[in-house]
Every structure is written in C-alpha cells, then in structure tokens.
Design a protein around this ligand. Structure first.
Ligand code: RFL
Ligand code: PHB
Length: 408
C-alpha cells in the first residue's frame, strides 16, 4: 500500500481539475468572440475566451473583406480600429456586370454611406492586440469542450488544455464558435428551429499579390458562372469563381483560374488583369442558415454559430458585428444598470436584423449565379431582376442601402 502512494498521488494530480470563475465565458476566438470580449472588458466585465485552435491558425484564415459602416463604428468604439483607419480602403460604390457591359452602383450618392475594404485576418489581429492590452485571458487549443447547466444560474464549461482538465463557472455563456461549434447544439432540439437553404455551387477563391483589376469590386453574372473581383489592398487581389459545390481546388492550376476569370469578366476588366502566383486557393460552400431562437437559458449565440449567409452580399462578418452590438449592450445594461430587458430580448432584436441581411444575401446570390436547374421562365425572371437594378435608380438605391448596412 505504502509503495503505491507516489503513483496514486501522481494520478490524483493528473486527474485534478483546475476550477475558474468568470462573469462571461466566451466560446470561440473568431471575430465575434474577440470583439465581444473587447467590448465587455472595456466596460469592466470579466470574461475569458476558449478557442479550439492556435492563435496562428486563427490568424491564417482568409475570409471576409467588406465592412459596413456600422461594423467600422463598432471597431472604433472598441478602440480597435487604428490600423483599419489607416489602411482600410473606403469604397463609395461597386460595379455589376452581365459579363459584357458594366454599370456602377453609387453607394455614397444613393444611400449616403460607403463600405470599407479591410481583411478579416487584419481585424482578428487588431482585436488580439487590443485584448492583450486589456489582459483578457484567451485559452487556446481547448479540446473536448462541454457546455453544462445553461438552464441554471451557474453555467459551467469543461475542457482539456495541454492534457489538463479545466472548468469555468460563469454567469452567462456566449457561443461564438462558428457554424460547426458545440454551442448551438447545447440548445435542446425541442427548443430551436433551424432554417436551411443550400445552393448547388461553391466559390473557388484565390488571393494573389497582384494589383486589383479595378479600384472597386466587380460582381459578374456571366453565362459561364458568377465571378467576383475583390481586393485586400492596392497590391493584394482576391478573386472568386462560381464552381460546383464539390469542386476540388487542386484541380485548378493558377493558369486555369486566370483563364477562366478572364472569360467571365467584361472585356474592359479582363484586359487589365495582372496575373501572378496564388498564395491561397480554396472552395467555400454557399449556404443560408438561421437558428431560432439564438438564446436559451444563460447561453447566447453570436455570428456564424447562429446563422450563415452566402458570401455574395458580404454580410457574414457584419452580422457577427451586429449580434455582438446587441449582446454586449444587453450584458452591459445588466451589469451596470441591473436592467434585464436587453438580455430577455436579445434573440428577437438580433434576428430581426439578421433576417433582412439573410434576404439580401439570398437575393444577390439568386440574381448573380447560374443555377443548373433553372427553367426558361426562371431565367427570364433572373434577367429582369438584374435589368431592374441596372435601369432603375430605386433598384440601385435598395441595393446600396442593404449593401452598406441597415441600421441597428
Ligand atoms: P468564426 O470566424 O467561424 O469563428 C468561430 C471560432 O470558434 C472556434 N471554435 C471553437 N472554439 C472552442 N471550442 C470549440 N469546440 C470550437 N469550435 C469552433 C473556431 O476555431 C473559430 O476560431 O465565426 P465568427 O466569429 O462568428 O465570425 C464569422 C465570420 O468569420 C464569417 O461570417 C465571415 O468570414 C463570412 N464572410 C464574409 N463576411 C463579410 O461580412 N464580408 C465578406 O466579404 C465575407 N466574405 C466570408 C467571406 C466567408 C467566407 N468563407 C470562407 C465561408 C468570404 C468567404 C469565402
Ligand atoms: C472578399 O473580398 O473576400 C469578398 C468581398 C465581397 C463579397 C465576398 C467576399 O461579397
């Protein structure tokens, strides 16, 4: 028995759980989780972030590029927009093309607002730097995360980190863990409804260290499929092509990509393409998805954990920012003013705005892509939708108002 003791103590030490306490446990260190943490910490509310991946991995994900004015304002309020203000590109409009002709939608003139082109990777980096300054704890490479007791006053998160078991008790849980994270599944299936639409295609995207084809974005509805010419900065281009949903990106050499892009862009843009090696190439599926409600007990979902839009309207990250606005305001009102109203109504308030962007992204996607199963009637309607935007100032105004962001 005595001989067994050291081994028993070692086992006990290994099995021992490290217990922690915070006000808000934030699951997921993407844009939603990081910006929520920043806003809460500035208001003096204690929080911790639990992120499944390493910081380097999170920072290497190339995703969104277009920010609504409201998103920029949120980042400024969070004192995390110094680099954005310096390097972000203000765009007062964008162009639409049918593959031959091109017309401009003047956001500034039609809606009084602009958008800012600034990569999600940069936003994430800025938020990490800001959080380092405010001393918020971020646990990386968390494994086997479990969300417990969300319908009680003391929810608990358990996980493993570097082989150690950890537990975090909290007042509230923010599920900011993206579409595939565990938060949404913690709401019992009987208590949530999921609305789903998938599209029979994906986007093949590349990033290339070449100057963009134009000063503004060009969305193209070509007979060969949709194409988008976007950018990150004056010497970094981002291009997308509509491809079948199950397309293998390794089937696309750089030359094949550039040739296809040239065939889809209108001539005036195709002639100015500067090609070069791609530094990233991947296929993203397109999906519209909403979970209702996005709160249950003391758990609140934010961003992609709650909803997904196809990227055509550039709304995903912007919706994450509006969810964070509603949730951070609700939590701040609760802790600072003892006011429960925002917490009670979070799902309803956030989803009212989500559904409007859901409609816009679905509408842009429908207007600009080639659908394999469309009949001649559908095709004429699609033509008319595009022609209405081209020919009617009110059509373009509606697009400008939605694209630059509806009010919170
Ligand atoms: P994220 O970015 O998916 O972050 C979720 C985080 O949670 C972590 N996680 C976990 N952590 C702990 N435990 C677990 N078990 C976990 N499971 C997951 C993940 O590792 C991750 O770090 O969600 P978030 O924060 O809600 O942010 C949403 C945005 O990333 C997304 O909406 C946008 O990228 C969408 N999007 C665009 N949005 C725009 O507003 N404008 C655009 O121009 C735009 N372009 C795009 C896009 C998305 C794209 N793809 C790849 C889907 C273009 C593309 C191609
Ligand atoms: C991007 O630059 O990645 C981008 C821009 C506009 C979109 C989608 C993606 O609609």
């Amino acid at each position: 028995m005595v001989a067994c003791m050291p081994q028993y103590n070692l086992w006990k030490r290994r099995r021992k759980r490290i217990d922690m306490r915070t006000q808000i446990a934030i699951i997921g260190g993407g844009p939603s989780g990081l910006s929520l943490a920043r806003k809460l910490s500035l208001a003096g509310i204690d929080c911790r972030i639990l992120e499944r991946r390493s910081r380097a991995h999170v920072l290497s994900r190339i995703r969104a590029g277009v920010l609504e004015q409201g998103t920029v304002d949120q980042l400024r309020n969070a004192d995390a927009a110094h680099r954005l203000d310096r390097y972000g590109l203000l765009h007062d409009g964008c162009s639409l093309s049918d593959g031959k002709d091109m017309f401009r939608v003047d956001f500034k003139k039609l809606s009084g607002k602009s958008v800012t082109v600034y990569g999600q990777t940069e936003i994430t980096r800025d938020l990490y730097d800001a959080l380092d300054d405010s001393g918020v704890a971020i646990h990386h490479e968390t494994e086997s995360l479990e969300i417990l007791n969300i319908d009680t006053e003391v929810p608990e998160i358990r996980w493993t980190e570097q082989g150690m078991r950890k537990s975090l008790r909290c007042d509230f849980v923010a599920g900011c863990d993206g579409y595939h994270g565990p938060s949404r599944a913690a709401i019992p299936t009987s208590q949530r409804t999921e609305f789903n639409k998938s599209y029979p295609f994906g986007w093949l995207g590349i990033l290339s260290e070449t100057p963009p084809v134009d000063e503004e974005l060009i969305y193209v509805r070509s007979s060969r499929g949709f194409a988008l010419a976007s950018m990150r900065n004056p010497s970094l281009s981002r291009y997308y092509l509509q491809v079948p949903a199950d397309e293998d990106p390794t089937e696309w050499s750089d030359d094949r990509f550039w040739n296809e892009l040239r065939r889809r862009l209108p001539e005036q843009a195709a002639d100015t393409i500067v090609t070069g090696p791609s530094i990233e190439k991947s296929v993203a599926p397109l999906r519209s998805f909403v979970c209702e409600p996005i709160q249950y007990g003391r758990l609140f979902l934010c961003g992609d954990a709650a909803h997904i839009v196809p990227p055509t309207g550039a709304k995903g990250l912007n919706l994450a920012a509006s969810d964070v606005y509603y949730l951070s305001s609700a939590l701040i009102d609760y802790y600072l003013e003892n006011n429960w109203e925002g917490i009670r109504d979070y799902s309803q308030r956030a989803l009212r705005r989500v559904w409007k962007s859901m409609r816009f992204s679905w509408w842009m996607t429908n207007m600009l892509h080639q659908f394999p199963d469309r009949d001649p009637f559908d095709l004429r309607i699609q033509d008319s939708e595009f022609n209405f935007v081209r020919d009617s100032e009110n059509g373009r105004r509606a697009m400008a108002e939605n694209y630059t962001g509806l009010p919170y």
